[in-house]
Design a protein around this ligand. Structure first.
Ligand SMILES: [Fe+2]
Ligand SMILES: [Fe+2]
Length: 390
């Protein structure tokens, strides 16, 4: 087994004149961000131990033995393309030359009532969705379930490609909607996407599908919650179409969460010790958000600032992180799993008590943040206007 410690929170900076891009750790030298509390829900861990090892053969066999089960129980959770929504269902129709301009005017009138900070969140969500190549790559780093040929007919590979194809509509729709709204600096948004895809991500899943599917279970639920919240806020802010956009995306995320959680449930059934240790491993690392390496070429703590706005608006918060964990503990009936011994029994205790501990830690972090007082952060995405953070 090979292990290496990777410094985790690195961003690829734009090259200065006559200089190649260099890597720096933004936490070290950014005074402006120092007042932000470390937010459990969204903060990436300082360091991730990167373990690179192939899955032991007997664990790879678990996934082979589950192929038929996956074909019967997981693939049907996908929607046939013919029954799927497409971004065009929610956007002005350019082929209708009479109505097109009116539809754009209506869209812009509807979004005019939403505050700047809402757009910071919508942009951050869209950018997160648009880094989809990274997520498909990440899933294809997982032993025993990766798509070996690019068009493998194994159910794990079919799932991953179809999941990607469903997900691909999310960033596409949000991006086009944002573009037409005129509320955001689309060039800075595109730049951030380019930086993010170039930077990749480090979820700490170590080529291990047990870890990978725990991560995706958590992550799909997190996006379900955040898109659900942006839907609610769009409705309250006067844009029912945008509410439908975000709500429809949230419904996809929910289906994906159901699939991934079902896979982990099955792993708990066939290999309770291995699955319990995997859940513990991911929770000890903390679930890093997929876009934790985002950068716009300007703000060295862009992700932390975006996360702080999400916390402020209640779109995705530390409480949500604890709620998701609690939900999954219940969904997988982790407290009721009997017969575990040694490390697996300790893992069970750790995971089942973790949500409560996170809530206590967050209370203390909130208290520290309150004492440091409010401050303003500028976002390039909204033409360098400021958002106030508590
Ligand atoms: Fe998505
Ligand atoms: Fe998703």
């Amino acid at each position: 087994m090979q292990t290496a410690v990777l410094s985790h929170h690195h961003l690829l900076l734009p090259p200065a004149k006559n200089q190649y891009p260099r890597r720096i750790s933004p936490g070290i030298n950014v005074a402006a961000g120092r007042r932000l509390s470390r937010i459990w829900a969204v903060a990436a861990p300082q360091q991730l131990r990167r373990v690179t090892h192939p899955l032991p053969p007997e664990k790879a066999e678990v996934f082979e033995s589950l192929e038929e089960w996956a074909r019967d129980s997981v693939l049907p959770i996908l929607k046939p393309v013919e029954e799927c929504w497409q971004p065009e269902d929610f956007l002005p129709d350019p082929a209708d030359s009479d109505a097109f301009e009116d539809q754009i005017r209506d869209l812009r009138a509807r979004t005019a009532g939403l505050p700047d900070e809402y757009f910071v969140i919508l942009v951050g969500d869209m950018i997160t969705e648009d880094a989809l190549p990274t997520y498909q790559t990440m899933i294809n780093t997982l032993d025993a379930v990766r798509d070996e040929s690019g068009c493998s007919s194994k159910p794990w590979a079919v799932w991953t490609r179809s999941w990607t194809a469903e997900e691909n509509r999310h960033g596409d729709l949000l991006g086009k909607y944002l573009y037409l709204s005129g509320r955001v600096d689309m060039r800075m948004v595109s730049k951030t996407v380019q930086y993010l895809i170039g930077a990749g991500m480090n979820p700490g899943t170590d080529n291990n599908p047990y870890l990978g599917f725990v991560y995706t279970s958590f992550q799909e639920r997190a996006t379900f919650i955040s898109h659900g919240n942006t839907a609610r806020m769009a409705k309250e802010g006067g844009d029912p179409t945008l509410a439908r956009v975000c709500g429809t995306i949230a419904a996809d995320e929910k289906r994906h969460e159901i699939a991934y959680a079902k896979i982990v449930e099955k792993l708990l059934e066939v290999d309770p010790t291995g699955a319990m240790l995997a859940i513990e491993d991911m929770m000890k690392k903390k679930i890093a958000m997929p876009a934790h390496l985002m950068h716009d070429g300007r703000d060295l703590r862009l992700f932390d600032h975006f996360a702080a706005v999400a916390q402020k608006l209640g779109v995705y918060t530390a409480a949500d992180y604890a709620d998701i964990l609690e939900f999954l503990v219940g969904r997988w009936k982790l407290e009721k799993i009997g017969g575990l011994a040694g490390d697996a029994a300790r893992a069970q205790d750790f995971v089942c008590g973790l949500a409560q501990r996170i809530r206590k830690l967050q209370e203390r972090a909130d208290e520290r943040a309150r004492r440091s007082g409010p401050h303003n952060v500028r976002f390039s995405w909204i033409f360098d206007r400021e958002v106030s953070l508590p």
